[in-house]
Design a protein around this ligand. Structure first.
Ligand SMILES: [Ca+2]
Length: 175
């Protein structure tokens, strides 16, 4: 299990999908991820709506440890990507301690006190967002968030296409 680090209080964090940038649907990926999620105590639910708007394709609640996927996302080609995004929020929950509702920074956890490494990891995520064309979307999204909460989405969008990283980090969480 991850050790606890400085963390923010969070309840439900969400993902506004960006279908134009979607990777192909991979049902095996989805199934493997849901099995791993169950093994760390996360419940996956498919519902008509996961939030106040149908634009919200999936959510993760760090207090209840419930990952909600909408019917729309469940039937779409971007299912695996949407779930990987939410799984990064699960990893942020794990970094802070699964039972306390808080979310921690994955890069801060990986850097383990090495500020240079933490900066390099953040730069790498930044480069990924630029390379995948998501930077503008993430900047617009995080503008509306409190400063302490912006890293949650910055990391999730930066990691959501990196299947190996998401799987590896989830395994370190105990999956
Ligand atoms: Ca939790």
């Amino acid at each position: 299990m991850f050790k606890k680090l400085a963390a923010i209080a969070a309840s439900t964090v969400c993902c506004l999908g960006n279908p134009a940038l979607a990777t192909p649907h991979d049902y095996n990926d989805y199934q493997q991820l849901t099995e791993k999620l169950n093994s760390v105590g996360v419940t996956v639910m498919v519902q008509q709506l996961c939030g106040p708007s149908s634009n919200i394709l999936a959510t993760y609640n760090s207090y209840t440890n419930v990952l909600c996927v909408t019917q729309t996302a469940n039937n779409s080609d971007i299912l695996a990507q949407v779930v990987r995004h939410e799984v990064t929020h699960v990893i942020q929950d794990c970094v802070a301690g699964m039972a306390n509702g808080k979310m921690g920074s994955v890069t801060r956890y990986l850097a383990d006190g090495d500020r240079d490494l933490e900066r390099k990891l953040d730069e790498s995520l930044w480069d990924t967002l630029e390379a995948t064309g998501k930077l503008d979307h993430v900047m617009a999204l995080t503008n509306d968030l409190e400063a302490d909460g912006a890293f949650v989405e910055f990391e999730a969008y930066g990691l959501e296409d990196n299947q190996a990283a998401v799987y590896g980090l989830l395994e370190r969480c105990g999956a």
